[in-house]
Design a protein around this ligand. Sequence first.
Ligand SMILES: [Zn+2]
Length: 301
Amino acid sequence: MPKMIFVIGANATGKTHFIRQCFSGNGMTCFNIKDYQQRVYQEEKAGSLIPPGAQFRYLMRANQLLLEDILKALAQGRDVAAEHTLYMAKRRIAYIDALRKAVTDLTISVYVMCPSDAQWEANASRRGEADQLQRYRKEAELIEFPNVSEGIDAIYEVVDGDVRLRMDPPRPEIYEAAKQALAEEAARLQREDEARERRKQLIGSMRERPFWHYCEVCGKSQFMTAQEAYDAGWDYPPHMGDFGLLGPRTCGGCRLTDTLYWKILTSGTLPIVREKDLTPEELVTWRRIRGEPESLLTEEA
Ligand SMILES: [Zn+2]
């Protein structure tokens, strides 16, 4: 019977050590979710600045890549141990459903690392992360303890190397709740994808379609294409800067140094726009920029 083992737990709870000790020597194929997360971050060239909403997608993508490798290994008849986060029942259920669909007779066990305070502290110190322990403990509070109703055959607590079977009473209601949460999540991601695609198309169309150009300095406005504006000397997206981001919005006769962009850039403090510091005219300019490109499609009243 093929075997699938998950080892879950917060940071520095000894997952890697436990897997090395109990499973990797026994001919099992071992995976670590961290390797997959790193791979995704590298592929996305994500540094310390991750775009809002992207982190969740990166983590989901890493989960998916790991799942694919687990399925491949199981298909080759190998037993698998995976170090994973899978704090939430719904994440485990998504995995387990996919595994059960692909592999009949699969035995799934989950080991939850629950070190004593002293052990956890020692682990963190050894890694030079003693100052992070408070954060790790908070993270551990997010773990929903696994339940057989998720489709797991055996659940164990690992306390300082001592492995104890812990099978809480079944809670069948969590399965349906998880499926519903996952469906809502998938629908939300799809809506976001669609909105992003619509915006991409709109931005792309701005290269061809005529739209309103407003000079923030002299107040001149003109309905024309980006090329016409560029030829007439305007500083305007898409030729200059990006729609929705602060930059100069001027006709060919006005100067960069009279723009809101210049004022913010040379303010001597962080280049952040604070609406309460703006004049009424600057506020109009700022809100128009924030609303681009939609704010340029119809003439302002
Ligand atoms: Zn002007």
